[in-house]
Design a protein around this ligand. Structure first.
Ligand code: PEP
Length: 243
């Protein structure tokens, strides 16, 4: 399966940034699936700039309802209408900043699938949980309670302490966690669990991408900071294994 290299711009970026970034990613390598998740305000401009290309667009969140009186929220059908194919859900910054619990993330995931979007559901332990030897238990519980029955999407393992810090787990720890996530997906979803792509996220950079993306069961990367510079994002995509 082709690896998915997804860029999460978080709350960064201006309309003026779109043309140069879009033309850079249009020259992206073709052995990976490339995805850009900018802030909502840039989606329409990106959709126009990337029209007809293989580079996909995604949102960074959606509401669990398809419409309604929810000030400041975005519905999954709205993302689909503007040209998004994916949506990131349950990012640790949403879990922390907005108190999103697993049940909320599960409802959002169902809404995303109902709107025809591919949800990327994030899971990951805090540093204290890892130090307490609870990382796998925490991640299993997040998967169990965040993924609805019939989940068809992507899982992203993002240790909270590795996001934006320049630190990453050891290759042994990533390999062990991804194997455990695969086992949990199979237990939860049956055969369908074998097909779910598992991304690694947390301080992926051009310098460490090749070794991280070569690990077993790593099906791509969710990239925050390094996705803001097209050159770095493309260097990460280029580092993904071929075939
Ligand atoms: C993220 O926010 O999903 C992320 C992985 O960030 P960074 O790459 O900056 O660690």
């Amino acid at each position: 399966m082709r690896q998915l290299i997804a860029g999460n711009w978080k709350m960064f970026g201006k309309l003026a940034d779109v043309p140069a970034y879009a033309s850079a990613v249009l020259a992206a390598p073709t052995h990976v699936d490339l995805l850009v998740c900018p802030p909502f305000t840039l989606l329409d401009r990106f959709a126009a700039a990337l029209k007809g290309s293989q580079v996909a667009l995604g949102g960074q969140d959606c509401h669990a309802n398809p419409q309604g009186a929810h000030t400041g929220d975005i519905a999954a059908p709205m993302l689909a209408e503007v040209g998004a194919r994916y949506v990131i859900l349950g990012h640790s910054e949403r879990r922390n900043d907005h108190g999103e619990a697993n049940a909320v993330i599960r409802a959002k995931t169902e809404a995303a699938m109902a709107a025809g979007l591919i949800p990327i559901v994030c899971v990951g332990e805090t540093e204290a949980e890892r130090e307490a030897g609870e990382a796998m238990q925490v991640v299993r519980s997040q998967l169990q309670h965040s993924l609805p029955a019939g989940f068809a999407g992507v899982a992203a393992y993002e240790p909270v302490w590795a996001i934006g810090t320049g630190r990453t787990p050891t290759e042994t720890d990533i390999t062990a966690m991804h194997a455990d996530i695969r086992a949990a997906l199979l237990a939860q979803l049956g055969e369908a669990g074998a097909k779910i792509q598992i991304l690694y996220g947390g301080s992926v950079k051009p310098g460490n991408a090749a070794s991280l993306l070569a690990l077993p069961e790593v099906g791509g990367a969710l990239v925050g900071g390094a996705s803001l510079k097209a050159e770095d994002f493309l260097a990460i995509a280029n580092a993904a294994p071929r075939g």
